[in-house]
Design a protein around this ligand. Structure first.
Ligand SMILES: [Zn+2]
Length: 172
């Protein structure tokens, strides 16, 4: 079980193990966010303990801003594990990163030039530009690549059911 840790300002900090969340709550360092009713039910020897799926720190901590790295797992997370050309569902093993303007044609390895792609689409795309691949194969880009918010980092490797209760804090 994973718990979303929020700063006192309710900005997303990271995902922590439930045991650590319990410790923070017990120590009075964190509390349940106002209006957040989703809880895990944890059975202990002394009964059932209800743990909020997200907790908020009592004291604000300063976190330096870090850019989100342009790598495969982050690109897949940003694009919701779907091929940007055909919409096919992707996993970390079936997904690839495609450069919209190929690097061989001067395209940069940056957020606004990369998309998640299945292997067949990526192979067709190859070193073609969007216009060329559209003419040759009828393949078109369905999404506009953008710089993601830092929040998507915390979702890497977290299953959908778990993070559904966090959507009010996480914007992709
Ligand atoms: Zn595809």
């Amino acid at each position: 079980m994973k718990v979303l840790l929020l700063n006192a300002s309710e900005e997303v900090l990271k995902v922590i193990a439930w045991q650590r969340a319990v410790k923070l709550l017990m120590a009075g360092k964190a509390r349940k966010p106002y209006g957040h009713d989703e809880e895990y039910e944890i059975k202990t020897s002394s009964g059932v303990f209800y743990l909020p799926t997200a907790i908020v720190l009592v004291q604000y901590i300063h976190v330096p801003y870090r850019n989100v790295a342009v790598n495969k797992s982050n690109v897949l997370a940003r694009d919701n594990y779907a091929c940007a050309y055909c919409g096919k569902r992707l996993s970390n093993s079936t997904g690839t990163v495609d450069h919209v303007t190929p690097q061989s044609r001067g395209g940069k390895h940056e957020w606004t030039n990369v998309v998640a792609s299945c292997r067949p689409c990526n192979n067709k795309k190859d070193s073609l530009t969007l216009v060329e691949v559209g003419k040759k194969y009828g393949i078109h880009l369905k999404v506009k690549p953008h710089v993601p918010s830092r929040n998507i980092m915390v979702l890497t490797g977290i299953d959908v059911k778990t993070h559904e209760t966090w959507t009010k804090w996480i914007e992709i």
